[in-house]
Design a protein around this ligand. Structure first.
Ligand SMILES: NC(=O)c1ccc[n+]([C@@H]2O[C@H](COP(=O)([O-])OP(=O)(O)OC[C@H]3O[C@@H](n4cnc5c(N)ncnc54)[C@H](O)[C@@H]3O)[C@@H](O)[C@H]2O)c1
Length: 305
């Protein structure tokens, strides 16, 4: 059984975790694995059918546990406030123990060449979502007897590109903010709430639905121009092909990534790198920070070749 005993004496069994973006990928796997470890879980997403699948999967693997799904766009503070109220009511609790700020989308690649809608929406989800959910749930974690805040950044939280010729502006800016916020909480929590820990998660390339989900979310908003003709299904087919390729090249699955994240939490880690590619990038940038953005510089294997 998963137990978060080191440094915290916190066993997730019987505790309550909140996971954002639970309809797919690492969020789904976190919900399933937390529930299987005896934790009650409340999860949210903007994709209702996928969220319902996650709740069914997690509930089937964890008889007796309470797993709830909530429609919520984490970029919208009013929706996050409703999500928090629903969580407390449906779980009949006054506090929360674990928060996984996991929801995110890829987009806003160029600040220079693209219009600002995609940039702003990507930043509002990837940073604003973490901020809104932390404002809503951290006081409930601080009010508990033991807790953990787990914020998913990315290798783009320490390296703001995908390769020498592939800009990644909004996403990287947001992920740097998530990393900075998480690191700032280490001292803040030690001084003001020592029974609560924080971790920043920095995955490399993980086999999830992020490509298709991001295209769906940003295209639905009109924030990013859909390529192809939606009326003929060309857009869906293109999306499926890109998504399949992204998953097929990933060296780490969503399920393996969730296990690594929960293992990091169990071991009281504050910095969780997921995948050899993430560790290699981290090492390379530490070894030669000035080379990070050179024309012959780094590329995230699998994404940029
Ligand atoms: N897959 C990777 O290679 C990778 C690498 C580094 C970091 N990450 C980060 O990991 C996290 C999880 O992503 P994933 O790869 O599992 O992707 P995913 O698309 O499979 O899952 C993300 C989920 O978040 C949901 N979501 C998106 N915007 C939302 C919003 N505004 N409100 C609520 N839910 C929303 C999506 O609908 C989806 O179900 C993200 O923060 C992502 O940036 C992913």
């Amino acid at each position: 059984m998963l137990a978060l005993e080191k440094g915290l004496s916190l066993d997730v069994a019987g505790r309550l975790a909140v996971v954002t973006g639970g309809g797919s990928g690492m969020g789904r796997e976190l919900v399933v694995q937390l529930a299987a470890a005896g934790c009650d879980v409340a999860t949210c997403d903007v994709h209702g059918a996928e969220l319902a699948e996650t709740v069914a999967l997690a509930s089937a693997g964890a008889p007796g546990r309470r797993v709830t799904g909530h429609g919520c766009d984490v970029a919208d503070e009013a929706q996050v406030g409703r999500f928090r109220d629903e969580v407390l009511a449906e779980h009949d609790r006054e506090h929360v123990n674990l928060l996984f700020n996991n929801a995110g989308v890829g987009g806003g690649y160029s600040f220079i060449a693209e219009d600002r809608a995609g940039w702003d929406r990507t930043f509002a989800i990837c940073w604003g979502g973490v901020y809104n959910c932390s404002r809503a749930f951290v006081p409930l974690i601080v009010a508990s007897d033991a807790g953990y805040i787990v914020n998913t950044s990315s290798v783009n939280g320490f390296w703001a590109a995908l390769g020498p010729n592939v800009p990644h502006s909004a996403y990287s800016t947001a992920k740097f903010a998530v990393k900075g916020f998480s690191e700032s909480l280490i001292t803040d929590l030690r001084v003001n709430a020592p029974h609560v820990k924080v971790a920043v998660v920095m995955p490399g390339h993980i086999g999830t639905g992020i490509v298709a989900n991001s295209m769906r979310i940003l295209a639905n908003d009109g924030s990013e121009v859909a390529t192809g003709d939606a009326a003929t299904g060309e857009f869906d087919e293109l999306m499926r092909q890109v998504d399949d390729g992204f998953r097929a090249r990933a060296p780490v699955s969503a399920s393996e990534a969730a296990a690594i994240i929960l293992d990091g939490v169990r071991n009281d880690a504050w910095r969780i790198l997921v995948g050899d590619d993430a560790r290699e990038l981290d090492d390379a940038i530490r070894a030669d920070p000035l080379a990070a953005y050179g024309p012959d510089g780094l590329a995230l294997r699998g994404i940029t070749g």
